[in-house]
Write a protein that binds this ligand. Structure first.
Ligand code: FNR
Length: 179
């Protein structure tokens, strides 16, 4: 099964990158997981949407070909970072590659709230007409890695409780995709 990660941070030492790399490594036997290069995308411009640059075309193809999308994102100013919104905006126009695409969300933050506001905004965005993703229901599947500075070490998520919960949500996600 093929998955693509949309990573909302461009920072080299990003805690969310550490979480994304952990996901890629931990499930590599069952899942083929790639981390998309969102930093290589130009800012969305409607003038270019019918003839976008190659970076956009190949990114959208990567999303289209994936069985599922895992969004791993920090919270910026109580919402999602512009880099992630920009990627979703490209996906929402012309060939709308997120429509009905299974999506799950993960977020890490050094604060107590673990990106909860960003994820709430993200769910709104993912329900919009041009996106209409098939998002894993929040009820028991919100992966909010709070106090993440203590849970990430040497570029990997190491907190056992969080990893066990991640296993549960990932298996729910795979189940949803197969349905
Ligand atoms: C933040 N940070 C932050 N944290 C949070 O929990 N809620 C927020 O609204 C914000 N807002 C915010 C805005 C901007 C512009 C920055 C740079 C940071 C802190 C943020 O969670 C922290 O820097 C994380 O380490 C960012 O994620 P990465 O880059 O480590 O993955």
């Amino acid at each position: 099964m093929k998955m693509v990660v949309l990573l909302g941070s461009l920072r080299k030492e990003s805690i969310n990158r550490s979480v994304a790399e952990t996901i890629r490594e931990r499930y590599r036997k069952e899942l083929d997981i790639e981390i998309a290069d969102l930093g290589g995308l130009p800012l969305y411009n409607q003038d270019d949407e019918n003839h976008p640059p190659e970076s956009v075309t190949s990114f959208k193809q990567q999303v289209a070909e994936a069985d599922g999308v895992i969004i791993v994102t920090p919270e910026y100013n109580w919402s999602i970072p512009g880099v992630l919104k920009n990627a979703i905006d490209w996906c929402s126009r012309v060939d709308k590659v997120l429509i009905n695409k299974p999506v799950m969300a993960v977020g890490a933050s050094p604060t107590a709230f673990g990106t909860i506001r960003a994820q709430a905004h993200l769910r709104d965005i993912l329900a919009s007409p041009g996106v209409q993703a098939r998002v894993l229901p929040a009820a028991t599947n919100e992966v909010l890695v709070n106090f993440a500075a203590d849970k990430v070490k040497d570029g990997r998520l190491v907190d056992e409780t969080t990893l066990t919960f991640l296993d549960k949500v990932l298996s729910q996600f795979v189940k949803q995709i197969k349905q």
